[in-house]
Design a protein around this ligand. Structure first.
Ligand code: FES
Length: 153
């Protein structure tokens, strides 16, 4: 089943009533990992609301994303302590290794790369997290090694 069919199925599980806008978008986010332009258009038509209203809701809530997100989010801390100890180079290495820029998801939908401001483990700076795992005292070589040995899997 393609994205459009899945979205149609989700939409038809709701009544054509604008008050279901947020619920519908949350379901689409869960199913597709993001809200595409096509999805926003389809939802606007289905609920009889303007596309700009759908867009406004889709961009207001942090759980909703217009960009496709990977199943796991790798975060590089760019807080002061981490920055001073070279987190930018770690981020660069991860971008190179994963073949994406910060804010993007890998082609296979596995990972999204993000930055964060202090994860509260400054003594271990620079820090990278992935889900519940965190990796401290990072440097570019260690970052490359984490990717090679599948530490983010
Ligand atoms: S600045 Fe990175 S953990 Fe605090």
């Amino acid at each position: 089943m393609g994205e459009i069919d899945r979205i149609a199925e989700i939409m038809h599980s709701y009544k054509q009533d604008p008050r279901y806008l947020l619920a519908l978008l949350l379901d689409i986010q869960e199913s597709e990992n993001h809200i595409s332009t096509e999805a926003m258009r389809a939802v606007a038509r289905y609920l009889g609301v303007s596309e700009s209203r759908v867009y406004a809701v889709a961009t207001f809530y942090r759980t909703l994303s217009l960009k496709k997100k990977g199943r796991k989010i790798i975060r590089v801390c760019m807080g002061t302590a981490c920055h001073l100890r070279g987190s930018a180079a770690v981020l660069h290495e991860l971008e190179k290794g994963l073949g994406i820029k910060v804010g993007e998801a890998t082609e296979d939908g596995k990972y999204t790369l993000e930055t964060v401001n202090c994860v509260g483990a400054c003594a271990l700076a620079p820090v990278v997290t992935c889900g519940d795992d965190s990796f401290g005292r990072m440097d570019p070589a260690k970052a490359a090694e984490l990717i090679t040995r599948g530490a983010f899997e």
